[in-house]
Write a protein that binds this ligand. Structure first.
Ligand SMILES: *Cc1c(COP(=O)(O)O)cnc(C)c1O
Length: 429
């Protein structure tokens, strides 16, 4: 049985460091950063993001290129880190498009997904020369065609496919469910014909995204192989090769005790078979294969740091009450779509190997029992003024949280790069 804090310890050892017991991020002392910038705050390590990008790009090199899914962490300073590594961007709103452009991503390297795109956003990205718009329903096909027609352009589009019941991802069934995203595979031929009939659309690709937080290499590889077969089928129907095959994001990171990190070596070992699948099929050979992870690239690099305000016992349970909570980090509180609420890895910012630890619950300042950062952490004695840090907080953190709930101020977001800490993020209120 893994101990609840095994994962936290392993992550600190692998990604961060301690000096005289004090947690450091990118070589900087988390206590000093917290004093300087105030708590609660998010800290992001640019080097860890680069490392995640490079190791993944390396693992799939020769097969796929890696594009950053902006919704995981949409700050232009974060997008820029990946853009400078050579990554394009996947966006799902006009604001994300603007953020990606501001970060230096060229519009033709941007992909636009999302089930309910607005006319204004469609017009804007078409005018800016976006690389590809992913069509998710028949109305959208018509509206993108109309916008492109109005502007006298031909827009490159991909059909997003909701895979059918036969799609298998390793041992897991991955398809066949109703979904608001994309077109059902069962309707694919008719959808392809409808898109092909639009003179202002150029069908350049397909898009498939089977699900988030995949930790098993074999499952991902099977999903990707399925996507390639679908791409070949579409290419055969239109009588020409597709330019792009977007196999989606969904590469996972460990959050909970017992989670095992995605095995990149196993993923890498499965790549030759996929490359053969592509090379051996004239309808696929030469296509640009795209992966668009968000969580995997940004998640491990972020910490959410909160300061202890009070410590109390209630009927035998130690409660550590902090200034940070679900209003900044909904996912860590277990309220962002989790079915079973389990604790994110959480550590004390000052902790030494010999320090005795005991169980506690870590909660936020909000007046709701939902505001929990950990139900069963194992932490040293803590007093008001001490700091705790939630790990794996670089993706789906602040911008996936209800910051207006209960009217507490927004936290600072600090990017640490080359030993320098820079405030990023929105600074209003
Ligand atoms: C959210 C999203 C992603 C990124 O998902 P991760 O699980 O963070 O990798 C990629 N593509 C699309 C279309 C998305 O909606």
């Amino acid at each position: 049985m893994p101990e609840p804090d095994d994962l936290a310890k392993a992550l600190v050892a692998e990604q961060f460091s301690r000096s005289d017991g004090v947690l450091h991020v990118g070589g900087l002392d988390v206590r000093t950063l917290s004093d300087t910038h105030g708590t609660p705050l998010f800290l992001y390590d640019a080097d860890l993001m680069r490392r995640a990008y490079r190791t993944l790009a390396q693992a799939v090199s020769g097969f796929a290129e890696v594009v950053y899914s902006v919704k995981a962490n949409p700050d232009p300073a974060i997008i820029r880190i990946f853009a400078q590594e050579g990554a394009g961007a996947e966006i799902a709103s006009g604001a994300e498009f603007a953020a990606a452009c501001a970060a230096g991503v060229s519009p033709d390297r941007i992909l636009f997904a999302g089930p309910g795109k607005s006319d204004a956003d469609i017009a804007r990205v078409v005018a800016a020369g976006i690389g590809e718009i992913h069509l998710e329903n028949a109305e959208e096909t018509a509206r993108v065609a109309l916008a492109a027609g109005h502007q006298g352009r031909t827009q490159r589009v991909a059909i997003r496919i909701n895979p059918g019941p036969d799609a298998q991802g390793g041992a897991m069934r991955m398809g066949g469910k109703p979904s608001p995203f994309g077109f059902d595979e069962e309707d694919l031929d008719a959808v392809v014909d409808a898109v092909e009939a639009e003179p202002h659309l150029h069908l350049s690709g397909i898009h498939l995204f089977a699900g988030t937080q995949g930790l098993i290499a074999g499952t991902l590889l099977a999903q990707w192989a399925y996507g390639l077969r679908l791409a070949a089928r579409v290419a055969a129907r239109i009588g020409r090769r597709l330019d792009t095959v977007d196999l989606g994001g969904g590469l996972g990171i460990p959050y909970f005790s017992g989670d095992t990190a995605l095995d990149l070596a196993a993923l890498h070992a499965g790549i030759p078979v996929l490359k053969e699948l592509v090379a051996g099929n004239p309808n696929l050979a030469g296509a640009r294969i795209v992966l668009e992870p968000g969580r995997y690239l940004a998640g491990p690099a972020g910490l959410y740091v909160a300061r202890v305000r009070a410590v109390k016992r209630s009927r035998g349970t130690r409660f550590v009450i902090t200034d940070g909570g679900m209003h900044h980090h909904l996912a860590a509180s277990g309220n962002l779509g989790q079915i079973v609420k389990r604790d994110y890895p959480l550590v004390a910012v000052v902790d030494r190997p010999e320090t005795p630890r005991s169980p506690c619950a870590v909660v936020g300042p909000l007046c709701t029992p939902l505001d929990m950062l950990a139900r069963a952490a194992t932490l040293p004695d803590l007093a008001p003024g001490d700091l705790v840090a939630v790990l794996q907080s670089g993706a789906y953190g602040l911008t996936a949280s209800p910051t207006g709930f209960l009217g507490h101020p927004r936290p600072a977001e600090i990017l640490v790069d080359g030993g320098v800490a820079t405030a990023i993020g929105r600074r209003d209120a």
